[in-house]
Unconditional design. Structure first.
Length: 166
């Protein structure tokens, strides 16, 4: 005779699943705006909010989605495709560092996570891009992976704070 398992879903699980779904929707649709300042800030805010509401593991899942959507919808220039794994790792760095520090100090968590993500993306992009791309294209791509990454992460932290405290 076959045993039947009963799956119980309590109110907290439903709420967490709803939050996760909403954050995935935001992370999936924001890259469609095709403006780095807007997209980067909102995606980073989504990552910070995901950590605060869902925890590090679920936030990492949310963090993998924007890059895949941007590439699959053609919003990310094909020359940036080699950077996708590094962008995903950068998002994961932001999530883990913020997850570790947020309870001690929200702003320290935002600052350290943003700076470490920036350092990682800037250093890896400099290496990867110079190996794979023509010089004129490499310069533009390297710029996208430099200071705008730091600024959009910091703005994302500010947006997340407003969302979480508002």
């Amino acid at each position: 005779m076959q045993q039947t398992k009963i799956l119980t879903i309590n109110r907290k699980k439903v709420f967490t699943l709803t939050q996760f779904t909403a954050l995935v929707v935001v992370a999936t649709t924001v890259p469609l705006f095709n403006q780095q300042a807007i997209t980067g800030s909102v995606v980073n805010a989504t990552l910070f909010v995901s950590v605060a509401l869902l925890g590090v593991q679920n936030a990492i899942l949310v963090g993998l989605i924007p890059s895949l959507v941007a590439l699959s919808t053609g919003l990310l220039p094909p020359v940036l495709a080699p950077m996708i794994p590094f962008i995903m790792v950068g998002n994961t760095i932001l999530i883990i560092v913020f997850g570790y520090l947020q309870k001690k100090n929200f702003w320290l968590g935002v600052a350290m996570a943003s700076v470490l993500k920036f350092i990682f993306l800037f250093s890896t992009s400099s290496i990867v891009i110079n190996l794979l791309l023509k010089k004129e294209v490499a310069t533009k791509v390297a710029m996208m992976m430099s200071w705008p990454q730091l600024l959009t992460a910091l703005v994302g932290g500010l947006l997340a704070f407003v969302f979480l405290k508002g």
